[in-house]
Design a protein around this ligand. Sequence first.
Ligand code: CU
Length: 184
Amino acid sequence: MRTSQLLTVPALVATLLLSGCPEGEKPSAPAPTDAPSAADAGVIPAPMQAFKDDGAVAELALEGDDQMRFNKKRLTAKAGQMVRLTLKHVGTMPAQAMGHNVVILHPGDDIFEFGADVGKNGGSLENNYVPDAVRGRVVAFTPIVGGGETATVEFKMPDKPGEYLFLCSFPGHFGQMNGVFVVE
Ligand code: CU
C-alpha cells in the first residue's frame, strides 16, 4: 500500500538515528567489499592534504632501531620553518640499554666533540643525555626513547640556511647515529 510505505520510510530513519553508537565509541567501518563504494570516490587521501606544500609545518619522521641506526641520514626544512620531528624507536630494547634521541646542533659544531662533552658534563637518562652545559649548542632535541616508544619535538628552525648536524647523544651512539639536517 502506498500510504503505509510513506509512513514506513521516516519510521526507519528514526530507528537508525536512535540506534546510533554509544557516546565515546567510534562508528565501526563498513565491512570491506570487492568493489569500492561510491562514497570513496573523489576523496583525497589524508597524507596528500597533510603534505601540501604551503610552507607551514615540516612534518619529519625518523626511526631508530636495536642495531644503533637511524633510518635516514638527511632531513630538510626551510629556514625559519616550523618543524614537527617525530622519533620512533622501532626496536624492542629498553632505553637503559639502547636509548635513542635526536639532537640537532648549530652549524659548525662537531658531533664527536659534542658527544664527548655530554659525557664530561653529566649526561644521563634523567637529562636525556643533553645536560645543561651543552644546551646552548642545541637547536632542538627529543627525549630519549626505548623500544616501541615515540617522541615528538616541535620547534622553529633558525633563519640561517646551512647544514645542521644531528646525532643521537646516548653514550657511544653518535659515531653511527648521525646525519645532516639541511636548511634551505
Ligand atoms: Cu641512540
